[in-house]
Design a binder for this molecule. Sequence first.
Ligand SMILES: [Zn+2]
Length: 233
Amino acid sequence: MQRFIRFGARKIDFVLQCTTRRSLTIQVRPDGMVVVNAPNSFPEDKILEKVKLKAPWILKQQEYFSRFPVPLSPRRFVSGETHLYLGRQHKLKVVKATERMIKVYRGQLWVYSDDTSPTVVKAIIGSWQKERANAVFRELFEAWLPRIKRYWKETPRLVIRKMSGRWGSCTGKGSIILNLELIKASKSCIEYVIVHELCHLVHHNHTRQFFKLLEKLLPDWRKRKQRLEDRLA
Ligand SMILES: [Zn+2]
């Protein structure tokens, strides 16, 4: 249940969960989300009062966490929250339906499903992201192949999978691996990662020659890299 309190000029939103425990606990997550676990027997005004008393501590915690970049805030897969797709936030709309499918329409991500529980919605979005990543990454990748041919004769292979801590990599055997998470970035940023990795086919390390080639193929690569880091890192 979503609740909020006002503390001076500040509004503190929190998620209220009922527990069978006897005491009330307040937790501030690294993404700033506040979770209050309250015993079933607690009346709501008492809960709000308790949260209000803890408001200075909550704000201090949120302030502390806000100094660190949050990799990807945990999603709850419910209507109203936003999901990044191709560099844009899309508002999630979960609709009960007989068939499972996803539609992107006017900045909204519509998920139709017979089962609208977060676990199922998460799985539907997950497989849709894989499908989209496959189509979008492959199209951009293939468009760049003729341009890299001058520098590297063989045909590289594209692999898409989940990776942690990096957007892409290039193996010595000529495979370019792209992080599935890149589907959240704009096409221009995805393209930057692809070209960066393609340049690694020719120059394995970040040498002067590497950057010279990258600059030649994608003169505005710095801007794209910056945008990728600002949005997703
Ligand atoms: Zn690199």
